[in-house]
Design a protein. Structure first.
Ligand SMILES: Cc1cc2nc3c(=O)[nH]c(=O)nc-3n(C[C@H](O)[C@H](O)[C@H](O)COP(=O)(O)OP(=O)(O)OC[C@H]3O[C@@H](n4cnc5c(N)ncnc54)[C@H](O)[C@@H]3O)c2cc1C
Length: 567
């Protein structure tokens, strides 16, 4: 008797096969703008389905190693990475996943919507990147920080062109050294000290506990300028060069030699993101240059970077959800159960359809955050800035949670094979779990949302968007419009009451619930907006999302019937 071997579906084209992505681009970039992006997107999609899948597998199979000493005993603290990781690095540069929104021709073509085009690249690139999407996010954050007018021109000119280079031989990425063992969320406890040196540069001394992309050529480190006092506001961002790339590190070091004062204690042994080197790093009088005037409280400057990495996190969550869905759907077509294809089972179709609704919502949230970011950067749109203040944490927290619950379902949808390492499926779940943790856990972001609501009136732009969406929803579905109107009214009441007593234990205990309700209502509004533009899939997703997340209803029957439209 011959042994049964399960056929494996070929990889789907992540651009051609994603109707929501394409219609989103058609709406936000316009037909001509979308046409201008198609070549880039198709090229990246082809790479993702081919060489980058292989590079991804190689990087996962060969995690980074720390080489502390050279053969003669000299301390080198070198991090060796796999060929797959290097291929991901080169692809990120070549496909401009960091660079795009900074490139003059991209800004000329798409204006503020260059960030929308970049989000599309990230949506395609991230899931098969072996989490090179993390250094990409931090490089983008560092580039945004270096672009601020407060940053010294010489520093900007030395580093920004490399961060946004599309030449793999020139491009660099950046780390981001904030977390210390006594506090990741509680930055006020940071104890790394910055002292000015005679030449205008600074020296940093302290311990950084979680430093991802530890192989990057530079890092942005938070440090407390000596004498600046306690708390988190005064913490200032500094650029720490890791290696002697030509200038501006004036140590007389040979190119590629490690900068003095930086010790890599060890690499973390992590649940997921295994190809990504995350290190514990000690700084002892490490050379650094300030990003902005260290005498001016610097946390606000550093938030420029944090907002960028938070929206990247949302993009990674939404991209991973979409790719997991595509895998699970394709597998259901080839796997047979109970005498037929798994994809003909009403129950399995309902499971996939429900996941598709969540994936659509996450995509809209991430996409909206990128659209706002673009409007802030190009044209300094104050309305977009006010909305981004609350949308960035909301998008990050809601998509992070959805990514984990969805990844668990994707693994389960492969049955036992989903639990077996070399199918590549288990890492969907492992890698998803970092998304609600880093750059602010759900609770920490919920408190940030509460601060934004009570101190910065950040509810106003959100409630205005919800009100406009109620009008747009009316012709699509009166029930949908009523559901959204009722959610908006309840949120308005809650915001009024929390603002009256923001520090009460009841308000603090309810912060996560409030943030999630805000995110679910916002997502409904975003799907309604896309539906009102004419997207049928978004219209269905909006109705089902609102029933699932605003009314807490079972949507299995509709999800089963309409699976083909949903994904
Ligand atoms: C894979 C990975 C990569 C990372 N890479 C980097 C990096 O490159 N650079 C970097 O700087 N950091 C990095 N981090 C660290 C990450 O940002 C922190 O772990 C995260 O911010 C949480 O901080 P913490 O670990 O100190 O946890 P804690 O802040 O101690 O959190 C513990 C728990 O307390 C909760 N909590 C904390 N504060 C409050 C509060 N005020 N109210 C209610 N609940 C609260 C949290 O939600 C959490 O559940 C990385 C982490 C991981 C897992």
């Amino acid at each position: 008797m011959s042994r049964f071997v399960q056929p494996v579906p070929p990889p789907v084209d992540p651009y051609a096969g994603d109707g929501l992505l394409r219609s989103w681009l058609e709406r936000h970039l316009g037909p001509a703008g979308h046409a201008a992006a198609k070549g880039r997107l198709a090229d990246l999609a082809a790479d993702v389905a081919g060489p980058l899948r292989a590079a991804h597998a190689d990087a996962e199979a060969h995690p980074p190693t720390l080489v502390r000493y050279d053969p003669w005993g000299a301390r080198v603290d070198r991090i060796d990475t796999s060929a797959g990781w290097q291929a991901q690095r080169a692809a990120a540069a070549r496909h401009a996943v960091v660079a795009l929104p900074y490139l003059p021709d991209a800004r000329g073509t798409w204006g503020a919507a260059a960030r929308v085009a970049q989000h599309a690249l990230l949506h395609l690139y991230g899931p098969e990147s072996a989490t090179f999407s993390c250094p990409v996010a931090m490089a983008d954050g560092a580039a945004a920080l270096l672009s601020l007018p407060e940053v010294d021109n010489g520093v900007r000119e030395a580093w920004l062109p490399r961060l946004i280079s599309t030449d793999p031989a020139v491009a660099i990425t950046s780390g981001q050294w904030m977390t210390e063992s006594q506090g990741g969320s509680d930055l006020g406890r940071s104890s790394t000290i910055g002292r000015p040196a005679v030449d205008g540069s600074w020296r940093l001394t302290g311990e950084k506990w979680f430093c991802s992309a530890a192989d990057a050529a530079m890092a942005v480190a938070l440090a407390r300028p000596e004498g600046s006092g306690r708390g988190s506001r005064v913490l200032a961002p500094f650029l720490v060069p890791r290696y002697a790339v030509d200038s501006p590190l004036a140590h007389g070091l040979a190119p590629g030699a490690p900068a003095p004062g930086v010790t890599v204690h060890r690499l973390k042994d992590k649940l997921g993101t295994r190809a990504l080197p995350t290190a514990e790093i000690g700084l002892h009088d490490a050379y650094a240059v300030p990003l902005g005037d260290p005498a001016v409280p610097g946390l606000v400057r550093a938030m420029t970077l944090v907002v960028v990495t938070r929206v990247h996190n949302a993009a990674a969550a939404a991209g991973g959800m979409r790719r997991g869905l595509a895998y699970a759907r394709a597998y259901a077509d080839v796997r047979h159960v109970a005498g037929g294809a798994l994809s003909s089972s009403p129950l399995h179709r309902a499971t996939l359809g429900t996941l598709a609704v969540d994936a659509a919502g996450a995509f809209a949230l991430a996409g909206h955050a990128f659209a706002l970011l673009g409007r802030v950067e190009v044209g300094a749109d104050p309305e977009a800035a006010a909305e981004l203040r609350i949308v960035a944490p909301l998008a990050k927290l809601a998509t992070g949670r959805l990514a984990v619950s969805s990844a668990s379902e994707y693994v389960e949808s492969f049955g036992g094979a989903g639990y077996v390492e070399d199918t590549g499926v288990p890492r969907l779940l492992r890698d998803a779990q970092v998304l609600p943790i880093w750059e602010g856990t759900t609770n920490v972001l919920s408190l940030d949302v509460l601060r934004a609501l009570t101190r910065e009136d950040a509810g106003a732009p959100l409630l205005a968007r919800l009100a406009a969406a109620v009008d747009l929803a009316r012709p699509l579905s009166p029930v949908l419009a009523d559901t959204l109107a009722s959610a908006a009214a309840q949120l308005d009441d809650t915001i009024t009451s929390v603002t009256a007593d923001p520090g009460s234990p009841t308000v603090l205990a309810g912060a996560r619930g409030l943030a999630l309700r805000l995110a679910y209502a916002l997502t409904t509004a975003l799907l309604v907006e896309h539906a009102a533009w004419g997207d049928e899939q978004a219209a269905l997703a909006a109705r089902l999302w609102a029933r699932r997340w605003l009314r807490h209803e079972e949507i299995a029957e509709d999800a089963h019937h309409h699976l083909d439209l949903l994904c």
